[in-house]
Ligand binder design. Structure first.
Ligand code: DOR
Ligand code: ZN
Length: 481
């Protein structure tokens, strides 16, 4: 058998080990991993001397803005950024226009993404007060999971009441899919923002004062309680504070199927950076006091936080530099700079490169039902690889990144450790730090290969459907009541 590609002289990295090995690829999949003389003949060989071969990162949290905000990003620019960042699969959030809340809109987004994506993708369905009834059509249309906003952020998607959230969890629990939570409690932060505005606070740190850690702690705790009651699988997005770790740890100990992510901004930026970056650093949840960084790092190491994602949230320079902090759009790009930022920490000895692979690829694949098709370098897995040069240095330059959003607090940061080639299902999409032409539209939705474990429903006899016999008012009537 002749392979399509054999990669020689690199160091293969798994969650447990890093070892010299060759990798053979055929028909989009890994055919063999082993000694160079055990490899089949190949149409093409790549000399990966000096490079580490990582499973491509799976970023379960990006905002690619398409459809709706082409000035901020679209599927082509967003996935080009992913390709440059060694990211081979992204999960896109539903706060696009229109929000991804029914089967028709989901089908439109699938078509757009499939026509433009350089990397593989999954699409979230919106789980809001008005979309609970749409869960079956969203499942049928192929969502990777659901997103529920417990608090307001960009796009102003209304947060469901706790009552609606419980019902939403009951409905999704039956499907086995995971619900990702923007875990910030709306009523706390809205009230504080109003008071802060009345008090004349309009500078960047007012944003942090409007969302102290209790905003997240209360939301994480409540979400875990509802998940335990219903058996819903949940995922806590963008863990930003040490205080959130207690309810997360407790829920895991009680057997709740809850996973957590943090993002580079909560590991490498702090309240000390607000003066320097002004509104550019505004993000939800906010970048917090420096003493949160070490506990978050430690939680990754001990497995309480499962994965690294980015919350890639592009906006334009004009939207990020308004003088009133309340008028600044929240978020900044990150899908392209996550891997370099984390590899810099590997180089600094803060964790091993195997730790990084566990957080960036292995755990996301496992918890989202994609392992071992994704997140693994072993025969039969999709050939999704990031070939990285741990010795290569770069000063991040917003003007040169692929994202349409040319503004971020990563600008000017010196990093060491860069992806130099990215391979998605056997095909180079980024090679020698250059986008490979003709790869637009190569990306595919991964919902078709997702296999979540069977649902583990709890309190089935007490669900809204069980106690009402399935009779629900129409969503509009319910809201009016
Ligand atoms: O800062 C943020 N921006 N946080 C979010 O949760 C959403 C995101 C966005 O879509 O811009
Ligand atoms: Zn987000």
């Amino acid at each position: 058998m002749t392979a399509d590609l054999v990669i020689n002289n690199g160091i293969v990295v798994t969650p447990d080990a890093a070892f010299p090995a060759s990798v053979a690829i055929k028909d989009e999949k890994i055919l063999a991993v082993g000694a160079p003389d055990a490899m089949p003949s190949a149409s093409e060989t790549l000399d990966a001397s000096g490079l580490h071969i990582l499973p491509g990162a799976i970023d379960v949290h990006v905002h690619f803005r398409d459809p709706g905000y082409p000035n901020k990003e679209d599927w082509e620019s967003g996935t080009a950024a992913a390709a440059f960042g060694g990211v081979t699969t992204v999960f896109d959030m539903p706060n696009t226009i229109p929000a991804t809340g029914n089967g028709t809109i989901l089908a439109e987004k699938h078509a757009i993404a499939a026509s433009k994506a350089h990397v593989d993708f999954g699409l979230y369905g919106l789980l809001g007060e008005d979309t609970i009834d749409n869960v079956p059509e969203l499942i049928a249309g192929g969502v990777i999971g659901f997103k529920l906003y417990m608090g307001n952020t960009f796009g102003k998607i209304p947060s469901p009441s706790t009552g609606a959230m419980l019902e939403a969890f009951e409905v999704v629990a039956e499907t086995g899919k995971r619900i990702s939570l923007h875990a910030e409690t709306n009523s706390i932060m809205e009230r504080r923002q109003t008071r802060l505005t009345q008090a004349g606070r309009h500078e960047p740190l007012a944003h942090l004062d409007s969302r102290p850690a209790v905003v997240a702690v209360e939301a994480v705790s409540r979400a875990c309680i509802l998940a335990e009651w219903t058996g819903a699988r949940i995922h806590i997005l963008h863990i930003s504070s040490a205080d959130e770790l207690r309810p997360l740890r407790e829920a895991k100990a009680r057997g709740v199927d809850v996973t957590g992510e943090t993002c580079p901004q909560y590991l490498f930026l702090s309240a000390d950076d607000y003066a320097r970056f002004s509104g550019v650093i505004r993000v939800n949840p906010p970048v917090r006091e420096k003493n949160n960084q070490e506990p978050i790092f430690a939680a990754l190491k001990d497995g309480i936080i499962d994965m690294i994602a980015t919350d890639h949230a592009p906006h334009t320079p004009e939207e990020k530099t308004r003088s009133d902090i309340w008028a600044v759009d929240c978020g900044f790009p990150g899908v392209e700079t996550q891997m370099p930022a984390m590899l810099t920490a590997v180089n600094a000895g803060r964790m091993s490169i195997s730790d990084y692979v566990r957080w960036s690829a292995f755990n996301p694949a496992r918890h989202w039902g994609l392992y071992p098709r994704k997140g693994a370098i072993q025969p039969g897995a999709d050939a999704d690889l990031a070939l990285v040069d741990l010795a290569r240095e770069w000063t991040i330059d917003d003007a040169k990144i692929q994202s349409r959003s040319k503004i971020s607090p990563w600008h000017g940061r010196k990093v060491k450790g860069l992806p130099v080639h990215t391979i998605v299902r056997g095909r180079f999409v980024m090679r020698d730090r250059t986008l490979v032409s003709g790869t637009k539209g190569w990306g595919r939705s991964v919902h078709t290969i997702q296999q979540m474990p069977a649902p583990a429903i709890r309190n089935a006899g007490k669900t809204m459907r069980a106690v009402t016999g399935g009779i629900r008012p129409s969503p509009s009537k319910e809201n009016a009541a």
